[in-house]
Ligand binder design. Structure first.
Ligand code: KG4
Ligand code: ZN
Length: 340
C-alpha cells in the first residue's frame, strides 16, 4: 500500500519576515517570504511596525504559499506556527492566524520553537544536501541569537553556550551602522570583506569563558576605532571601507571558530551544522570548509533560502512533530522568551 502524503502549512512571523510554506512529507512545495522594507529607514527592526506589516502580509503570503504548492487548503493535515522566541506583537499575528485557520479547517495545530527550527531546517529533503547524523553540534547565528547546541535527536537538544549580550548578526549590523551602511549590514560587510585585507586592522577578541559569546565590547571597540581614525582623516571610511569590513569579518569569524573548536574539544563531536541569517556568510562557510580539511570535521551548511528566517524550517519541524502526534492545545500562547 502506498503511504499517504502529509501536507503541512508552516507560518513564521517572529521578527521582520512574514513567511508561509507548504511541505509534502519532508519536501518543500512552496516557501514564500515577504520581508519588511519599512525597517531599513530606521536602521533596525521597529517592533510596532513589524506587527502591523505582519497583519497586512499574512493573508496574501499564506494564500500564495498554498497556491504555489498546487494544493487546496482542505488538503492540509496540520498547521505549524512559530510560538517563540521573538517579538511579542509579531508572534501574536502568526499565532492567532494559525489558530483560526486550523480551527476553521478542523485540523491539528502544532507550535514550533524558532531556534529548534533553524537547526532542523537541515532535515528538509533537498538534492545535494546531506542531512546531519546524530549527535551533532549546531551553531545558530542570526540577528537575534548566537548559540552552540548539542543535538542528540530531533527533540533532544542542549544549549552548551550562548551570547551574554549582543547576537553576532547585531555585531554586523551595528558595525555597519557606524560605517554608514544600510540595514541589515551583514550581507554588505560580507561582500566588501571579500575585496579587502582581513589583517589591515586588528580588533581584540572578547574574553568570555567557556562557550559563552559576547559581542558588545567588539561593537564599542569598532565604534571608537572608526571615530579616532575619522578625526585624523575625514575620508578614512570611504578610502578603506573594504579593508575595514574584511578586518571586522576576520575578527568575528575568528571568535565563532574559536568557540566551535572548544565545543568540539569538550564534546568529542565533530559534525557541525550552522543555521540562521549569518550562516549565509562567506567567511564562516569557508572557515568550515577549511576545518574539514584541517581537523577532519564534517560540516553542514543550509541552502541560502533556509538561512534567514523562513517558514520552510517551521514546516519541517511541524512534519516531524506531526509524525509524533505532538499537537498543541488551542489555548497555546505566543512566548517571546521561549527557551530551547
Ligand atoms: O535569521 P535572520 O534572518 O533573523 C534573525 O532571526 O535575526 O538573521 C538576520 C541577520 C542580520 O543581522 C543580517 O545582517 C545577518 O543575519 N546576515 C549576515 C549575512 N546575511 C545575513 N551576516 C553576515 N554575512 C551575511 N552574508
Ligand atoms: Zn531566526
Amino acid at each position: 500500500m502506498e503511504k499517504e502524503n502529509i501536507y503541512i502549512l508552516g507560518i513564521e512571523s517572529s521578527c521582520d519576515d512574514t513567511s508561509a510554506a507548504v511541505l509534502c512529507n519532508n519536501k518543500i512545495l512552496s516557501n514564500v517570504v515577504a520581508d519588511q522594507k519599512i525597517h531599513t529607514e530606521y536602521g533596525g527592526v521597529v517592533p510596532e511596525l513589524a506587527s502591523r506589516a505582519h497583519q497586512q502580509n499574512i493573508v496574501p503570503v499564506v494564500h500564495q504559499a498554498i497556491e504555489k504548492a498546487g494544493i487546496k487548503k482542505e488538503q492540509l493535515h496540520a498547521i505549524a506556527f512559530t510560538k517563540g522566541p521573538g517579538l511579542m506583537g509579531s508572534l501574536l499575528v502568526g499565532t492567532s492566524f494559525a489558530k483560526s485557520l486550523a480551527y476553521g479547517l478542523d485540523i491539528p495545530l502544532i507550535d514550533i520553537n524558532h531556534m529548534q527550527a533553524h537547526i532542523l531546517a537541515h532535515f528538509i529533503d533537498e538534492e545535494d544536501h546531506k542531512k546531519p547524523s546524530f549527535p551533532f553540534l549546531a551553531m545558530t547565528i542570526s540577528g537575534g541569537h548566537t548559540q552552540i547546541v548539542k543535538v542528540k535527536s530531533y527533540f533532544d537538544m542542549e544549549v552548551l553556550g550562548e551570547t551574554i549580550d549582543d547576537a553576532v548578526g547585531e555585531a554586523y549590523d551595528k558595525s555597519g551602522k557606524v560605517l554608514g551602511l544600510g540595514y541589515p549590514a551583514g550581507p554588505e560587510i560580507d561582500r566588501r570583506a571579500q575585496l579587502g585585507n582581513p589583517k589591515a586592522y586588528k580588533f581584540t577578541k572578547p574574553k568570555v569563558e567557556g562557550l559563552k559569546f559576547s559581542f558588545s565590547g567588539l561593537k564599542t571597540a569598532i565604534l571608537y576605532f572608526v571615530q579616532r581614525e575619522v578625526k585624523a582623516n575625514p575620508n578614512f571610511i570611504e578610502e578603506n571601507l573594504n579593508d575595514i569590513c574584511a578586518s571586522i569579518q576576520y575578527t568575528i569569524i575568528g571568535i565563532l571558530m574559536d568557540k566551535l573548536k572548544l565545543a568540539v574539544k569538550q564534546t568529542g563531536i565533530n559534525h557541525i551544522a550552522i543555521g540562521g541569517g549569518v550562516s549565509a556568510n562567506s567567511g564562516i562557510r569557508k572557515a568550515l570548509k577549511d576545518a574539514e580539511q584541517k581537523f577532519g570535521w564534517t560540516s553542514y551548511v543550509p541552502k541560502f533560502e533556509y538561512t534567514t528566517d523562513n517558514a520552510a524550517m517551521i514546516a519541517i519541524v511541524g512534519y516531524l512533530k506531526y509524525l509524533e502526534k505532538d499537537f498543541s492545545d488551542f489555548n497555546v500562547m505566543a512566548t517571546a522568551r521561549l527557551k530551547l
